[in-house]
Design a binder for this molecule. Structure first.
Ligand code: NAD
Length: 332
């Protein structure tokens, strides 16, 4: 069945990929983002593209006119460097989800997806590098990432109560680090996979093979390739799962291992300067995928090495051609 789908944050990384997929599936798509369209990572001509600040209720009412489904990917966010230094900005994203829910209720939108994060998980469950994987119940008793994580946890509950009290069908996924082409790789909002690709590409191109690593490199994470993420989002949206659920990879690696992988792809070795004062986040984090495997049969298809090869190649082309993060990628 063809639907009218609204992708909020459609000018961003994950939103841009979702817009492409929904268009390919034949849906009518409206992409909405606050950034000027010249700064969208992907702008698809087949979609209706709107520039609106979704912190405001009237913009949310405009965005959701005629919608069957809303995917809320809009948020002020970035890697650890951004979220540790911009807690108030991150928390202001609460206005986006709140006003989108209010508008969705007023306009009778039948399904609503909210992009939550592994940053909702309690810090005291993530103090060791050997993390067995965070289960959905590990979000409580709550001690999420300050700022960004509290906003995500609050917005998750807002979705829950709009469903219970007002009958809107809401679905919530907790993304663990997502990476891939058509995302940010410089400027301060980039996350570890893109930042490490950029540093190693610059080392290769400049001949200066020393790079900075944030922390001691032994902190652990898992990284999900964008195509696995977009498949998972659709599966969760179309499911009857009413509780927030993990959407991430369970292939846990240290940051040092991630650097090893990129060195191998780039075919160079780098000297690693560890900056112990840089933002590092929690010590160890991975996704426990027991629930999503059991309920949806979802598991990542793309291993870290293969996904990083594609990501590296895309970032390499951007840097080599002098494309900045603000350049537009117009897609026909
Ligand atoms: P992104 O920054 O590339 O995209 C977010 C988009 O939201 C941006 O284009 C931004 O301009 C837009 N936006 C911000 N404020 C807005 C506003 N007031 N009105 C309209 N648009 C606004 O980020 P992303 O990686 O695509 O992340 C999408 C969602 O997934 C976010 O909610 C993020 O918190 C969540 N998430 C992402 C990751 C990840 O690893 N990428 C991990 C966990 C959760």
């Amino acid at each position: 069945m063809k639907k009218k789908i609204i992708v909020c944050g459609g000018g961003g990384f994950i939103g841009g990929h979702l817009v492409k997929i929904f268009l390919e599936q034949g849906h009518q798509v409206r992409a909405v983002d606050r950034k000027p369209q010249t700064a969208w990572y992907q702008r698809h001509a087949g979609a209706e593209n709107l520039t609106l600040n979704l912190q405001h209720l009237d913009s949310c009412m405009t965005a959701l006119q005629g919608a069957d489904e809303c995917y809320n990917l809009a948020a002020d966010m970035g890697g650890m460097g951004f979220i540790e230094n911009n807690k108030a900005l991150c928390m202001l994203s609460v206005l986006i989800n709140t006003h989108l829910l209010v508008a969705a209720r007023a306009l009778g939108v039948s399904r609503f997806f909210y992009a939550s994060s592994a940053c909702v998980y309690a810090a005291y469950k993530q103090t060791e590098t050997e993390n067995p994987g965070l289960k959905e119940e590990d979000a409580y008793p709550a001690m999420p990432e300050d700022g960004y994580g509290w906003e995500k946890l609050f917005s998750e509950r807002m979705c829950r109560h709009f469903m219970e009290d007002f009958g809107i069908t809401t679905r919530v996924a907790r993304f663990h680090n997502v990476y891939g082409p058509f995302g940010t790789f410089d400027g301060g909002r980039e996350k570890a996979p893109a930042a490490i690709c950029r540093k190693i590409i610059n080392a290769k191109l400049s001949g200066n093979h020393t790079i900075e690593i944030w922390g001691d490199g032994r902190q652990t994470r898992s990284f999900m390739y964008i195509d696995d993420c977009t498949k998972g989002i659709q599966a969760i949206m179309n499911s009857d799962i009413i509780e927030p659920i993990n959407l991430g990879s369970d292939e846990m690696v240290s940051i040092n291992k991630l650097v090893d992988i990129v060195e191998d792809i780039a075919k160079i070795k780098v000297v690693r300067n560890y900056n112990l004062d840089a933002p590092k986040g929690v010590r160890g984090r991975s996704s426990d995928n027991t629930l999503i495997k059991q309920l949806l049969g979802w598991a990542p298809d793309i291993c870290l090495y293969d996904g990083m090869e594609k990501t590296y190649a895309w970032i390499y082309d951007q840097i080599k051609s002098g494309t900045s993060k603000d350049s537009i990628y117009n897609i026909g």
